[in-house]
Design a protein around this ligand. Sequence first.
Ligand SMILES: [Zn+2]
Ligand SMILES: [Zn+2]
Length: 390
Amino acid sequence: MTRNTWIARLLPALVALFLALPLEAQKKPETCPWCKNDPALLQACGVLSHGPSPVGPKGSEAIVHDLPAGQWLFAETAHMRWASSLGPMVVELDDKKRVMAELDRLRVMLPDVPKEPKKLDPWLRLHLMAMKGEEFYARFEKLLDVRDEDFPDARRMDKPYMGNGRYLGEKEKFDVVVHSTLAAHNLFTKEFTGASVTGALRWHFKEPHKMLVSVPAEDHDLKKDRWLWPHIVHNLSHVFFCAYKHFSYDPPIWIDEGLALALEKEVEPESATLEGEEGSMRDGKGPKDYAAAAKKLVGSGKARSLAELTEVKEFGELSPEDKVAVWSRVRFLIEAHPAELAKFLGGIKGQLDAQQLPTGSDLPGLQRKLLQDLGWTSFTFDEAWKSWAR
Ligand SMILES: [Zn+2]
Ligand SMILES: [Zn+2]
């Protein structure tokens, strides 16, 4: 072999190697292109850091190590910790308005955020989730009529019971892990639940007292932020409400699910997360227009009574009509009786027994009593709701 042919043979390999280096660097950038990990910019957009962080049961480094993905990105904000392996997303024409409005909000904090990108890169998607997560946390606190200062680091016996920590009553921030594949979601959740789950999973870690949501974003719908975000909001509504005054027992299904659907639909009216095995959404079960369906249901006189609904103990016991009915009742409270709603939610969570310990005993009785305090029986409540819904 002459020297020249040796170089000629080796050259393509060398070229390939050099080309591969920047590609590899592109695949795993150390620095976020939007905040550039700059402390002032991070602070401006409400992100405390891009990791490492204690997200999940063993922290962000374990996630990177244990879960195969193109790229894991992290963001910690005031109340939440995010892990995301989402790839880039093409901005579709019919979704452009929504995306542009969100980018406008983010650009106020991060001036380099593009005006009309054709694609959102994984960092931009993460920053948008981090921003909207905190916006939703504020929305939820408003609904509960509480502020951060209402939640002490640990339980105080000299004040009304508010749980055991600063995050609505939990010790730690809320974790959200968004997986680009169902396989990674399975692997991740199996380690601490011991079970194989297909849909989004909500979990309470007794140690160190924190709530986590794990979301597989593999379904066609969930690949798009337009449907993924309301699905995350639905799950966050459940964990925020469970966490409120500490997660010591499951809240009544009807109000828990009604609230999650109401808040999900505030974000995207056409989205409706289904609980249980199916886990996916928009699969044709349930009506497209909940408001119209509620009117029809009330008109038919077949809506299940609140007295019955307060006894429901599993998500699976709610029929598609029941979901419309619980969604509508919660909307009635949000729109016509926000102060009463806050009192009702506050009373349901943090019930104490004679020893001043949280107890989930006789929740139907507790609900009757709370309604009574607000001037309703379950019958007169339903009458008020029906005339509002009509
Ligand atoms: Zn960033
Ligand atoms: Zn739900």
